[in-house]
Design a protein around this ligand. Structure first.
Ligand code: 6GU
Length: 269
């Protein structure tokens, strides 16, 4: 898998992607990340890439021509036309399904905007996939591009040491959150590791983990439960939890100190 990132801050991309699992995948040549500086395609005296917006308003806009020339230079070296992902809050919201879809590609081009954005005309001409990483505002497309690349790269065979681990995790197939995990010591700050995990009884461990997954999804991301494939018995269990919650709504137990989704008020967004 090859990523080509068009950006005004190539060092940010390389620094962010050269570490840990992704860094190792690059060393192993499973992955190649090229960061191309859009400024190198500003063929004017001061290598200027931004200008004021027509119609007025705050801030500067990235000009069309350097972005286009940079994109053309990158694409001319590719064996076939590649999808061009533009990171923008106006894009399709990124999720695991889109990650899987992008992981099918051999090459991907990422366009990162900065300042107030990029001249609309070049976006119209070169972008195939506008993508957002969620409903909040960032200063540029570099962090979103790294988020998308990380999620896509980990689906490339061999990038994760344990082939099974990418599939069994949150969202990828079960639509359930992960169960909690514990390592040594058995007691830490007075908290014991749940007894069942020390029992060596694999069936009981599996059953406990499954219930924890459903419980956590019910508590923190009830919206995900609609897509989950639960047995009749498990749905029954969820209905019981709902009843308990209705009976004691002021009792905010078992949130593990995490903020529940419904505790996040609309004004926070
Ligand atoms: Cl893709 N870009 C920017 N600048 N902000 C964002 C975003 C992207 N996704 C969420 N916020």
């Amino acid at each position: 898998m090859r990523f080509h990132v068009l950006t005004l801050f190539p060092e940010m991309i390389l620094a962010g992607m050269n570490t840990s699992i992704i860094g190792r995948a690059i060393e192993k040549k499973l992955l190649d990340i090229e960061a191309v500086n859009i400024r190198d395609y500003a063929f004017n005296k001061h290598q200027k890439v931004d200008d004021y917006t027509y119609g007025g308003g705050a801030g500067m806009l990235m000009q069309a021509e350097p972005v286009y020339l940079c994109w053309e230079a990158v694409c001319s070296r590719l064996p076939k036309p590649a999808r061009t992902v533009y990171l923008t809050p106006q894009g399709r919201v990124f999720n695991q399904k889109l990650a899987r879809e992008l992981a099918e590609e051999e090459e991907l081009v990422f366009l990162c905007g900065h300042y107030e954005g990029i001249d609309e005309r070049v976006i119209e001409e070169i972008v195939t996939d506008p993508v957002s990483i969620g409903d909040y505002v960032l200063t540029g497309g570099e962090l979103p591009a790294m988020v998308v690349m990380d999620a896509v790269a980990r689906m490339v065979p061999g990038v994760l040491s344990n082939e099974a681990s990418s599939e069994s995790e949150t969202f990828s197939d079960s639509h359930l959150l992960e169960y909690p995990q514990y390592s040594r010591p058995e007691v830490w700050h007075g908290k014991r590791v749940p007894e069942v995990l020390l029992s060596g009884h694999h069936q009981k461990v599996d059953a406990w983990r499954r219930e924890q997954q459903i419980r956590r999804t019910f508590l923190y991301r009830p919206d995900l439960l609609h897509g989950a494939d639960l047995t009749n018995k498990e749905w029954q269990m969820v209905r019981e939890w709902k009843k308990e919650k209705r009976a004691a709504p002021e009792h905010e137990a078992e949130t593990d100190g995490l903020l529940r989704n419904e505790d996040i008020k609309h004004e926070d967004i």
